[in-house]
Design a protein around this ligand. Structure first.
Ligand SMILES: *[C@@H]1O[C@H](CO)[C@@H](O)[C@H](O)[C@H]1NC(C)=O
Ligand SMILES: *[C@@H]1O[C@H](CO)[C@@H](O)[C@H](O)[C@H]1NC(C)=O
Ligand SMILES: *[C@@H]1O[C@H](CO)[C@@H](O)[C@H](O)[C@H]1NC(C)=O
Length: 282
């Protein structure tokens, strides 16, 4: 890939690749996009804070009975390998106030159901990560869980019995994410090139989601904003070729910024996880 060349050489290459840039931009635009201002009422924001207590919701499940949701272990957030740590198949689609047009990607919730909801329920809280979306109108709050996560709300040995219910009333509350052993990770998306860089941000502790991301090219000292593309993917479409290596600065909901210094090399490879040395902590 041409990203290893100097920026000057890239300017020529970039002019020649404008056509493919437009194609990639168009594809990214086609990802599910919803009106964020509709789904982020102040009521939802306060209800879904860590101190909300248990709130009522409906739960359904999708995919294989003991799977991680979609057949490809992915979802509308762009995460891959949701059958592996830290997702470990404990994943869920959120409806509007939970998926939040992609802002909810990577956030963590405890879920539980009680015997009064279904005789197979254990009442023991389980933690799920939002990896996908389902805006089909079911209830004010709806978790469309992986088969694994739905079954995990059951008493021991009753997982299948609970899954047979298909849809149940349950309770949920927002919790800080905790991914022991992991730092914030960046994965360059397929189709990135000198005129278009798209990066999936994952494994942020606490909030689990990121409210702002900025990029610095080649230690220039100058931060440029990335824009939310879809799911947990952030992008930049500059008018000049990008020069790596790239540092990424992320901001959480409390405004705390972390800098992953030169985390993406100039000659990056798409679909490789670039681990930073930074992580949000309590
Ligand atoms: C990055 O910056 C250094 C020093 O400012 C410069 O020598 C180098 O050519 C730059 N790299 C690219 C790819 O432009
Ligand atoms: C989003 O919804 C608001 C209020 O309903 C409306 O004013 C705005 O134009 C909508 N934005 C888009 C991009 O549809
Ligand atoms: C943001 O990060 C700081 C420092 O790691 C942490 O104390 C704070 O709780 C985080 N905020 C949220 C909303 O996760």
């Amino acid at each position: 890939m041409a990203t290893a060349l100097s920026c000057k050489a890239l300017a020529v290459a970039a002019l020649l690749s404008v056509v493919s840039v437009v194609t990639y931009g168009a594809r990214a635009q086609q990802q599910p996009s919803h009106n964020a201002s509709d789904s982020e009422s102040s009521q939802d924001r306060s209800l879904l804070s860590y101190s909300s207590g248990w709130l009522p919701a409906k739960a359904t499940w999708y995919g294989a009975p003991t799977g991680a949701g979609p057949d490809d272990n992915g979802g509308a957030c762009g995460f891959k390998g949701t059958n592996q740590y830290p997702f470990s198949s404990m994943t869920s689609c959120g409806n509007e106030p939970i998926f939040k047009d992609g802002k909810g990607c990577g956030s963590c919730y405890q879920i539980r159901c009680l015997r009064s909801n279904h005789p197979a329920c254990s009442g023991v809280p389980q933690t799920v990560i939002i990896t996908d979306m389902n805006y089909y109108p079911v209830a004010k709050y709806h978790f469309d869980l992986s088969g694994t996560a739905f079954g995990a709300m059951a008493s021991s040995g009753l997982n299948d019995r609970l899954r047979h219910a298909g849809i149940i009333d349950m309770q949920f509350r927002r919790v800080p994410c905790d991914f022991p052993g992991l730092t914030v990770t960046f994965r360059v998306q397929h189709g990135s090139n000198p005129m278009y860089l798209a990066v999936l941000i994952e494994h942020a502790n606490m909030d689990g989601d990121v409210v702002q991301a900025d990029i610095m090219q080649n230690n220039s000292g100058y931060w440029e904003p990335l824009h939310e593309s879809w799911g947990a993917v952030w992008r930049i479409d500059p008018s000049r070729p990008l020069c790596g290596p790239f540092s990424v600065r992320i901001t959480n909901e409390s405004g705390k910024q972390l800098v992953a210094q030169n985390v993406i090399p100039a000659n990056y490879i798409a679909d490789v996880d670039y681990r930073s040395f930074v992580q949000y902590t309590n």
